[in-house]
Design a protein around this ligand. Structure first.
Ligand code: PMP
Length: 348
């Protein structure tokens, strides 16, 4: 058994997955009397492709990866949950994670009865490599890192991530949900160098398709096969497969560049307000902003019809609001609302 195989839950290693008759049928035109579907066409009377072959090929061409290195999930949240289900024995194994980071790592861990050991980021939200490694024991199967990180907004240096991936003896889950907004790029082109790496990306951010729920995991074909065995057979519905395929065939446009330019503009404008203590550097499509009284400013913005995320009770984020970059006109409104707040023209 190789090192990666040894990390897999024994019951998953031995799993005989659900298979459909359509997995066995390779021809083109057929009479489908195998799946107890309705024969009457509604546009959706047939089950979708459980392997999402066409969509994986289309995404593979964009991402520069073969289909056998791609897992598609109902959002990246599905892939996060599957990491625990594939690798961690409930009540026995554990995971380490940077903190603060995306909340679903801990929620998925709790649901699967897996302990998460949260390791605070270092100074200036830096990657705490040694502390992450020190937090491990023989039951540590997974390490969650997120770059650019939510909610801190910063991306870690590829060389630092590389060092962590090489030194961690389990599976590193590197969440790159916001990588399209960062000039530090993605590690997905280097999967061959890291057999213990699973990269998560999503169509929910830069691609503007959050409503369709399409998350991706990139890894070696063995880990992708395990994830595919454990997922629900028809996890990506027909409408999502069709609509994503259509959206990917359109020119991408310059939305990401506009968001990045607006990020710089809002980051430059905010420090002029006296309530703003610090705007953290961001490689993502949001800004983490430390202010004098986060709860009061948050309530003002809500009353003014602007919803941001209050992160003041999150570790290392005291006094912070996380503000997503919107349309230029929405960012104008945000800055106007800060102005009104400063003038004392505040809502209660
Ligand atoms: N990862 C990170 C770091 C996120 O911030 C989010 C959403 N807020 C997700 C994953 C979830 O992505 P999806 O919509 O693909 O489930």
């Amino acid at each position: 058994m190789n090192k990666i195989e040894a990390l897999v839950r024994p019951n998953i290693r031995a799993l005989c997955p659900y298979s459909t008759a359509r997995d066995e049928y390779q021809g083109k035109l057929g009479i489908f009397l195998d799946a107890n579907e309705s024969p009457y066409p509604t546009g959706y009377n047939r089950y979708p492709d459980p392997r999402q072959k066409a969509l994986k090929e289309q995404l593979g061409a964009i991402k520069g990866l073969p289909a056998d290195r791609i897992f598609l999930g109902n959002g990246s949240d599905e892939a996060i949950d599957l990491m625990f289900r594939v690798f961690c024995v409930p009540g026995v194994d554990n995971a380490v994670a940077i903190s603060p980071s995306y909340g679903m790592y801990a929620v998925a861990a709790d649901i699967n009865d897996i302990q998460v050991r949260n390791v605070p980021l270092g100074p200036e939200f830096s990657l705490p490599t040694q502390a992450l490694l020190d937090a491990c024991d023989e039951h540590t199967k997974l390490l969650f890192a997120c770059s650019p990180n939510n909610p801190s907004g910063n991306a870690f240096e590829p060389a630092e991530l590389e060092d962590l991936i090489r030194r961690f003896p389990g599976i590193v889950v590197l969440d790159e949900a916001y990588a399209d907004f960062s000039d530090k790029g993605s590690l997905r082109g280097r999967l061959d160098e890291f057999p213990n790496l699973v990269i998560l990306q999503t169509l929910s951010k830069a691609y503007g398709l959050a409503g369709l729920r399409l998350g991706m995991a990139f890894s070696n074909p063995y880990i992708i096969r395990l994830m595919s065995m454990v997922k629900y057979p028809y996890n990506i519905n027909q409408a999502t497969q069709e609509l994503v395929s259509r959206a990917l065939a359109q020119p991408i446009g310059d939305n990401v560049a506009t968001i990045v330019a607006q990020r710089a503009r809002v980051a430059a404008a905010l420090p002029a307000f006296s309530c703003v203590r610090r705007v953290y550097p961001s490689d993502a499509n949001f800004l983490l902003v430390q202010v004098d009284d986060a709860d009061r400013l948050y309530a003002h913005l809500i009353a003014d019809g602007i919803i941001v995320r209050n992160r003041t009770r999150v570790p290392l984020c005291a006094g912070c609001l996380r503000i997503t970059i919107g349309l230029p006109s929405e960012n104008d409104r945000l800055l106007k609302s800060f102005e009104a707040y400063e003038k004392g023209d505040i809502h209660r």
